[in-house]
Design a protein around this ligand. Structure first.
Ligand SMILES: [Zn+2]
Length: 314
């Protein structure tokens, strides 16, 4: 029973940037996805978000660089934790004992409309870009922006540049109008790194069945997330409730599009029994009880492995 995990979204960098006393390598209750807990839970590769929008009135590239600096100084450790930014690095990490980490950007606000900043992120190893957080920015509208718009002209240029670079686009937080516009404008598969099925839990951050079906058809990936109120409208929320979202996506034909994106360290409430990355084994065990072993392994890491092997650069 392979309980290896690849997780598509966590906010541990946000905590490390803003709370200088926190140490990624010293286990403590303030970090859901610190090193020890990731390893105990079986996480082999963790996508780590650079998240800026909500904190800063005028976010800039300096904020992004601060996250990259913290990532390099506090998270990367030769022989222990490695940055993954190419197919070969992914392969090497999967074959060895080290923890792999992939930088992602959540919301392009800090790029300030300048594609030079996007390319700089690419040079620094950022491999996925969430276009918005919940509100509107220079590129597009998020799910809670009242005007419910799609992409701006500059936002369309961002899509083109991401396609040219091979930057993976992430639609978690993007408005539905933006989602369909991206579906039309980009020929590449995209991800929803941390979103669930709206048919089961009608939160604006979740995806409708037609959105899920599009992602399945186009080879995209949906990271089932452990934010309790994206799993179920009313507490208590248990791991069995997470399985309902997997069943829903599977019933739409999405066995090869189901993955995980916990949102650990970005949440202040947890699913019962899934309070930190160290508890990932709980969900792994449930998956092996409920699904064919091959499918369970796809959900835990196989779909991420395939998607990243196809979409990371050489
Ligand atoms: Zn988020």
């Amino acid at each position: 029973m392979d309980k290896t995990i690849i997780d598509g979204h966590c906010d541990v960098l946000d905590k490390l940037v803003h709370h200088s006393h926190l140490d990624f390598y010293v286990e403590n209750d303030e970090l859901d996805s610190g090193y020890a807990r990731l390893r105990r839970g079986g996480v082999k590769v963790q996508l780590m978000a650079i998240y800026i929008p909500e904190r800063s009135i005028r976010p800039s590239m300096r904020d992004v660089l601060q996250y990259v600096d913290t990532f390099r100084r506090k998270v990367l450790k030769a022989g222990v934790t490695e940055q993954v930014s190419t197919k070969a690095e992914l392969k090497a990490v999967l074959a060895g004992d080290r923890l792999g980490t992939i930088l992602t950007l959540e919301g392009v606000d800090a790029l300030a409309g300048d594609l030079l900043n996007l390319r700089t992120c690419w040079y620094l190893g950022v491999r996925a870009v969430g276009i918005t957080w919940n509100y509107g920015n220079w590129a597009a509208d998020g799910v809670l922006e009242p005007r419910k718009g799609g992409f701006s002209l500059r936002g369309r240029k961002l899509i083109e540049e991401c396609d040219r670079l091979g930057m993976i686009l992430d639609v978690s937080h993007l408005s539905e109008t933006g989602f369909w516009e991206l579906a039309e404008r980009s020929a590449r598969p995209f991800i929803a790194s941390h979103s669930n099925a709206k048919a089961l839990c009608p939160h604006p951050r979740n995806l409708t069945d037609p959105q899920i079906e599009h992602m399945i058809r186009s080879g995209g990936l949906i990271g089932i997330t452990f934010v309790p109120y994206f799993v179920k409208s009313e507490p208590p929320v248990r791991t069995a409730d997470i399985l309902r979202h997997i069943d829903r996506i599977a019933s739409l034909g999405g066995v090869r599009s189901i993955a995980f994106g916990s949102d650990f360290d970005g949440i202040e409430q947890w699913v019962q029994g899934l309070e930190n990355a160290g508890k990932y084994e709980t969900i792994a065990e449930e998956l092996y009880k409920h699904y064919k072993p091959d499918d369970a392994a796809l959900f835990l890491q196989g779909n991420w492995t395939r998607f990243l092997s196809e979409n990371l650069p050489d």
